[in-house]
Design a protein around this ligand. Structure first.
Ligand SMILES: [Zn+2]
Length: 138
């Protein structure tokens, strides 16, 4: 059981909160200009980080406010809690792998996904487990 410190209410039990997925996924500037594949990547492709991960949470049975949290997905240790509009804080991680996943054929995803986000620069991001859509072998 996690004890989560809501920025407004203080420490509360995990059952008062709901998980909101990966943080810092920016809405595309021109969604109508995206291909179906780019739109699908925005909607469905998320990092699957082993280690420190920035995620959104909402205090659903309390103040109902959203906030961001840096949490270790292995140890469940909460490193930082910060506001929705704030950049991801720099923290020194101990459990994080030193080998980032190469972007592969989907390098365009970074244009609307994480551009301008400090701490999520290409090559410095946490390993991801995104699987490209493929029709091969079907
Ligand atoms: Zn709250």
């Amino acid at each position: 059981m996690l004890l989560i410190s809501c920025p407004n209410c203080g420490p509360r039990d995990e059952t008062e909160f709901h998980y909101g997925g990966q943080a810092h996924v920016a809405y595309p500037e021109s969604p109508n200009d995206l291909t179906d594949r780019e739109w699908a990547e925005y909607l469905f492709y998320r990092e699957n980080t082993k280690g420190t991960f920035a995620e959104r949470w909402v205090h659903s049975t309390g103040c109902r406010q959203w906030f961001n949290m840096l949490r270790d997905t292995v140890s469940y240790e909460i490193h930082s809690i910060y506001g929705m509009g704030q950049p991801r804080p720099d923290i020194k991680s101990t459990g994080q792998s030193s080998e980032p996943t190469q972007p592969g054929e989907f390098t365009q995803a970074g244009e609307f996904g994480q551009a301008g986000e400090p701490g999520l620069a290409p090559g410095a991001a946490s390993p991801t487990a995104t699987t490209p859509i493929s029709s091969e072998g079907v």
